[in-house]
Write a protein that binds this ligand. Structure first.
Ligand SMILES: Cc1cc2nc3c(=O)[nH]c(=O)nc-3n(C[C@H](O)[C@H](O)[C@H](O)COP(=O)(O)OP(=O)(O)OC[C@H]3O[C@@H](n4cnc5c(N)ncnc54)[C@H](O)[C@@H]3O)c2cc1C
Length: 437
């Protein structure tokens, strides 16, 4: 990295295991988390097979993965949980605003109650302080988890190192954000405040209505997330990894081995299995006996294919809850939260809202193109699950990264490789325990 933030941590290089410690590992899921686990396990010397019905390989549709359609930011400022103090009073206001960042399927509320209850409990000030310090540590380790994978796969050209902007229309909105910005600064997040004139100079494509902005200096973005994921998968294959293109229905024991099965048929067998199937991980974990408070937060994107040059860096107006990210393929407006689990179709009025608001924020946008719905794998406390299954120590869980999986996938892979190799993990994994709720 150019001028890395001095607060970033650099753990000792991952040791390769001696031949006797080499394990066969099956990784379930080829999103950013699964592929990062696979690559770090490989670097540690293990023999790795990845199973996924739709991996990022040429000719395979990859759109169902959250890693395909996100806002593409490697968000070095993302140290705050989603559930912040005051969220309980903010939610009704957000739900009543059709252009607001949050929506839900009311019929699903009874089923969501345990998740919502834990979410509200996570917003207590003492919890927010604890979670922020854990996320801060993870984010300070993020470069150590992601950059070696980017370099090894030769993907540096797909990473834009421009920082990203949070923009505020009024001084009052900027003032209201101060406490949160201060909490980020305390975790080593580097920021620069921009006045209106400077913002207009740096982002002339934005409507000139903004009074202030904050640039998160270390944040990067991907030029093309699909090619980025394909590059990681190719790198994995070129180093001897194998991919089985099929969905795992269950992970079962066969003596000392663990087998990933589909329709009772073995897809792959290993000494260890890593479950990294994003929002689909809850069912796989439940099959082992682990009841995990994981749910899906639906998020959308709208692509403006003619407008990739309209902005110089990703921009977010926090009031609307989505980013506008310039990519090689166009300008992607991606984000918002919709509670409603897996399986339901896209809601056209949410897409219309993102398109309408994007046109309000950016000048002269051309026609909208592809629209997308994806599923964030979300835990109520915004912390992922990383660690051994309480029901089966030969299974490692790696999921639940919510809004920041692209950012935290790399370090998660590194932590999983350390665990699989019997090495002390680069940070304490207790906050990520599967059964913490
Ligand atoms: C709109 C939106 C914007 C976002 N913006 C950002 C951002 O800017 N920065 C950031 O850091 N994060 C962002 N995120 C979050 C990030 O995209 C996710 O946290 C991350 O992609 C999760 O990665 P994953 O590997 O856990 O899951 P996924 O990417 O969903 O991958 C899971 C994989 O598992 C596979 N799978 C599912 N079931 C099975 C099975 N039974 N057997 C085998 N394989 C299976 C799927 O096919 C898929 O390939 C955003 C998310 C959304 C939705």
């Amino acid at each position: 990295m150019v001028n890395p933030n001095p607060s970033f941590e650099t753990p000792a290089a991952l040791q390769r295991v001696p031949d006797a410690g080499r394990r066969r590992v099956v990784v379930v899921g080829a999103g950013i988390v699964g592929l990062s686990c696979a690559l770090w396990l490989q670097r540690a010397g293990h023999a790795v097979t990845v199973c996924d019905p739709a991996p990022p390989l040429p000719g395979v549709a990859y759109e169902s993965a959250a890693s395909f359609g996100n806002s593409c930011t490697i968000a070095y400022g993302a140290v705050l949980p989603v559930a912040m103090p005051g969220i309980l009073t903010a939610v009704p206001r957000m739900l009543s605003d059709r252009d607001g960042p949050l929506s839900l399927f009311w019929g699903d509320v009874p089923g969501l109650l345990p998740w919502l209850w834990s979410f509200i409990r996570a917003s207590r000030p003492s919890e927010v302080r604890r979670i922020t310090s854990v996320l801060g540590r993870l984010v300070r380790l993020t470069a150590a988890g992601l950059e070696p994978l980017i370099e090894q796969a030769g993907l540096q050209a797909l990473v834009r190192r421009t920082g990203c902007l949070y923009v505020y229309r009024t001084e009052a909105q900027f003032e209201a954000a101060q406490a949160n910005l201060q909490m980020r600064a305390e975790q080593g997040v580097r920021m620069q405040v921009l006045q209106a004139a400077q913002l207009r100079e740096e982002e002339p494509g934005l409507q000139p209505e903004y009074a202030r902005a904050v640039r998160f200096l270390d944040t990067c973005s991907l030029d093309d997330p699909h090619h980025f994921m394909m590059g990681l998968a190719q790198d994995f294959l070129s180093r001897g990894g194998s991919v089985v293109q099929a969905a795992v229905e269950a992970v079962t024991r066969q003596g000392a081995a663990r087998v990933a099965t589909s329709g009772g048929r073995a897809l792959a067998q290993g000494d260890l299995v890593v479950i990294a199937a994003g929002a689909h991980s809850r069912l796989l974990a439940a099959g082992l006996g682990d009841r995990i408070r994981l749910d899906a937060e639906r998020g959308y994107h709208v692509l403006f294919p003619e407008d990739g040059n309209r902005l110089n860096s990703p921009v977010c107006d926090p009031e609307f809850g989505f980013y506008l990210t310039p990519l090689g393929e166009g300008l992607r407006a991606a984000g918002t939260v919709e509670l409603g689990g897996l399986g339901k179709a896209m809601r056209p009025h949410r897409i219309a809202m993102i398109e309408r608001v994007s046109r309000r924020l950016v000048k002269d946008l051309g026609p909208a193109g592809r629209t997308w719905l994806g599923f964030r794998p979300s835990m109520p406390d915004s912390l992922p699950v990383i660690g051994r299954s309480p029901s089966d120590p030969q299974v490692i869980h790696a999921f639940g990264h919510g809004h920041v999986g692209l950012t935290l996938g790399g370090i998660t892979g590194r932590l999983v490789a350390e665990l699989a190799s019997g090495l002390p993990p680069s940070m304490d994994l207790t906050p990520f325990a599967a059964h913490r709720f």
